[in-house]
Design a protein around this ligand. Structure first.
Ligand SMILES: NC(=O)c1ccc[n+]([C@@H]2O[C@H](COP(=O)([O-])OP(=O)(O)OC[C@H]3O[C@@H](n4cnc5c(N)ncnc54)[C@H](OP(=O)(O)O)[C@@H]3O)[C@@H](O)[C@H]2O)c1
Length: 263
């Protein structure tokens, strides 16, 4: 009989978390460090990463823009020369605007595609040789994509973000099929509404009132709920692949129906 106990994490296991300067990425970096991983925390804002690294053991701050080929190439050199890599969490991303298709801002669509889809592609392609090398030594390595319930269905005003997240989901699915037979897992985590401090603020270009209204009247998820799910998927025995995991607040039936009873 095979054991289903979580695989213990050795401190020599190293994970890259992109978008680690806030929200889900910061919570995930902290949670994985607590689980025993050595964490490379990457995002553009160096000072926020430095604060995260200072307040947690086993977190290294690594400033990086996932839309920059040069930054990603420098990251790979850094990882190669400092111990390699065993897992990546492609979390950097987000939404811009809530415009109807007829009012869509093409530049916003381009930025969303560049970060959510091409950013994840750039990073994953670049670190794949390191993950393969790790898997050959350790028996398994992991690629995690933070998509969204926006990767499964659309909603009015959501076409730019849902198109990007659908694209990222197809990237994850295709990669899983292409890697079948190798000791690598490709995990896709798709959260519904998560009340993070910046996601809706970024989406609504700093409009705090509009951002706060997104989470009013119901209990949204918090970043730790998603970090917990990521930690759980990574801690399954190597033969178990959590291909896709949809995680929503109970009050959110789908992307356009949230029951707001005034919590
Ligand atoms: N909050 C939600 O309701 C929700 C639901 C489903 C899925 N998601 C997804 O979960 C992920 C995290 O969302 P969140 O709520 O934690 O949002 P957030 O707080 O706005 O965090 C986004 C992170 O991405 C980083 N980032 C943005 N552009 C980047 C770039 N070009 N290069 C490197 N890092 C970049 C940001 O850091 P810097 O600005 O410092 O670069 C930040 O750390 C996103 O992919 C989002 O689409 C969120």
């Amino acid at each position: 009989m095979t054991s289903t106990a979580p695989a213990p994490v050795s401190s020599s296991r190293r994970v890259l978390v992109t978008g680690a300067s806030s929200g889900i990425g910061a919570a995930t970096a902290a949670r994985l460090a607590a689980d025993g991983w050595s964490v490379v925390a990457a995002a553009r804002r160096a000072e926020r990463l430095a604060a995260l690294a200072t307040s947690h053991d086993r977190i290294e701050a690594y400033p990086l823009d996932v839309t920059s080929d040069d930054d990603v190439a420098a990251l790979v050199t850094h990882l190669e020369t400092t111990g390699g890599l065993d897992a990546v969490v492609n979390n950097a991303g987000g939404a811009l605007g809530l415009d109807r298709v007829e009012d869509a801002d093409v530049a916003q669509w381009q930025r969303m595609y560049d970060v959510n889809v091409l950013g994840a592609l750039r990073v994953t392609r670049a670190v794949l040789p390191l993950l393969r090398a790790s898997a050959a030594q350790t028996g398994g390595s992991d690629v995690v994509f933070l998509t969204s319930t926006a990767a499964y269905a659309t909603y009015e005003g959501g076409s730019g973000y849902t198109a990007a997240k659908h694209g990222e989901r197809m990237l994850a699915t295709t990669l899983r099929w292409e890697l079948a037979g190798e000791p690598l897992r490709v995990v896709q985590i798709a959260p519904g509404a998560v009340a993070t401090e910046e996601f809706s603020l970024v989406r609504f270009d700093g409009d705090a009132e509009r951002a706060a209204a997104v989470y009013q009247g119901f209990q949204p998820l918090v970043a730790d709920d998603v970090a917990d799910a990521i930690s759980w998927t990574l801690s399954r025995p190597a033969y178990v692949s959590i291909d896709e995991l949809v995680i929503r607040p109970r009050a959110q039936a789908n992307n356009w129906k949230t029951v707001r009873t005034g919590v």
